[in-house]
Design a protein around this ligand. Structure first.
Ligand code: HEC
Length: 139
């Protein structure tokens, strides 16, 4: 059988899309936010869902899918990454939270956290923050 570079590339792409479905997704279609108030395109600088039960429910699942592997199960960090419960639930920290989540974090050319812009919707990102805010704080 003759295996071309092209078919190998296709196979690698297919394998990649199976292993990392997130990479293929865009527009935030991974997280169903249809039960939340739509927020539009403009990024808000304060969490409109703070304390909202439905946002916390959706945020819990979105957090588990997208953040828990680095920031810890149920928002409890093991110490290698910032514990997101440490960010006070106020407007100033909302802004930082949103900026970092959209942009990701990289230093000296090394990516510590991938950008979520284009992967998660604004609704999903604020729902995650509603969830981490709702978690009991550290002792
Ligand atoms: C691949 C691992 C990884 C994933 C996945 C990840 N993060 Fe991060 N995140 C990090 C690391 C590492 C840092 C610290 C970066 C630094 O020190 O510059 C960080 C920093 C942050 C910060 C800044 C915290 C602060 O106190 O300044 C926020 C906010 C944040 N992440 C939110 C999220 C959210 C929300 C998700 C899921 C949608 C997420 N992260 C997914 C690794 C990750």
């Amino acid at each position: 059988m003759h295996i071309t570079i092209r078919s190998l590339t296709t196979a690698a792409l297919l394998a990649g899309s199976l292993a990392f479905p997130m990479v293929q997704a865009h527009g935030g279609d991974l997280v169903d936010v249809s039960t939340l108030k739509p927020l539009g395109e403009k990024i808000l600088d304060e969490n409109p869902y703070r304390g909202d039960k439905e946002a916390i429910r959706i945020g819990a699942s979105a957090y588990t899918q997208n953040c828990a592997r680095c920031h810890g199960i149920q928002a409890v960090s093991g110490g290698m990454t910032p514990d997101l419960r440490d960010m006070p639930a106020d407007k100033e920290n909302d802004k930082i939270y949103m900026a970092v989540t959209l942009k990701g974090a990289a230093r000296s050319g090394k990516v510590y956290m991938q950008p979520f812009k284009g992967t998660l919707s604004q609704e999903a990102i604020w729902a995650i923050r509603a969830y981490t805010d709702s978690r009991p704080k550290k002792e």
